[in-house]
Design a protein around this ligand. Sequence first.
Ligand code: PLP
Length: 437
Amino acid sequence: MKFVSTRDPYTIVSFTQALFKGLAPDGGLYHPVEKPNLTDLLNRLDPQIPFIEIATRLTSELLGEEVSLESAGRICRKAFTFSPVLRATGDSIYILELFHGPSCAFKDFGASFLASSMEEFLQKEDRKAVILTATSGDTGSAVARAFHGKENIHVVILYPSGRVSTLQEKQLTTLGGNVIALEVKGSFDDCQKMVKQAFVDPDLCEKLTLTSANSINLGRLLPQSFYYVYAYSRVEKLDKKLYFVVPSGNFGNLTAGVLAWSWGLPVDGFIAATNRNDVVPQYLTTGIFTPRASIQTYSNAMDVGNPSNFERLKAIFNDDWKEMQSLIHGEVVTDEDTLKTISRVYREKHLFLDPHTAVGYLASERLLKRIGEGDDSVVVTLATAHPGKFLEVVEKATGVKPELPPTLKEALDLPKKSIPMGNKVEELKEFLLDTFL
Ligand SMILES: *Cc1c(COP(=O)(O)O)cnc(C)c1O
């Protein structure tokens, strides 16, 4: 597989290049040039096949030009020390739990694969890299956990002092080893600006290999297609229509599923489920894409007003709105309905949903109504975070406090280690050169 920028179809790059570049130089997102046909591979999946095996086969099939089967096995074994879990809820709705990784959210799949493939390539070439990233709380922890203990890689995370939750801060600052947390006296925007300036600083770029682990990195997108195939392997024998419902913000998760479909995964439809930040559902209805400032909701990891992966989605459909609309349907869920859904599902099924998954769950129920409840359909709702990560909202809805996941509980008891820093890039630059040169 080769890749091009969504804004330039002529400059072709390899997976390794896309992996270490992150964003294309023209500001576009890297995207596969061709659509491989995986029908043979998909037809040979056993319903008990472990997730690692699926991941390894797909990695090798997709990236075979650059990654040997042995290498693919090593990358996936190191990355996926956890697996998705497909849970039936008693009717046509299945929940694909993607929160059994180290930071208890689906972003672990992308971050872990990114980290192990970078480690694999760096070790092979005996190179070192510094991952530099800014976080407003949540995404940083998936990255920190994924890169912790990796050879040849250091991770520097900038976060705004006093503006992340205690739990988030503990997740960022208690790992130690190759993960350094910089506690910036400033806002998240300051952190992001410092990181951006560092990336274009000629002196830094010459002396260090600076890399981002941004959510738009291809190394995070591709592995997210693996769990769609996993879910398919579990329900294929039922021989029913298959729908995926994806709680969405930046639309990386949905894009990965649609990619899998474009490679031959037999999916009958996708639901783009959003909170009130609904620019993509709007586009699906009207054909007009109008980015706007995001508004705050309970499902805050989906508070995105200008989703970056929309460019990739459009590329899959050659910018044909009608084509996209025939596969993807939008559903918008308000905060009020999110709370009601968490509360009702807890009462009726004794199941805790986090606010993001609740958006997806209600969208699944609406889909079933729309297609006539159909016994001939399976609706897989992606559960993107552990309910224990969103204690306040879940408690507000159910009156009950869900358990914190064990990996998060452990972090709470460890001592915080952070390096205080001002909000100017000069200070960051000095720190990076002193530490890594
Ligand atoms: C990031 C995130 C989402 C949104 O995923 P996208 O790929 O950005 O659409 C949904 N739920 C949770 C819990 C998340 O962390």
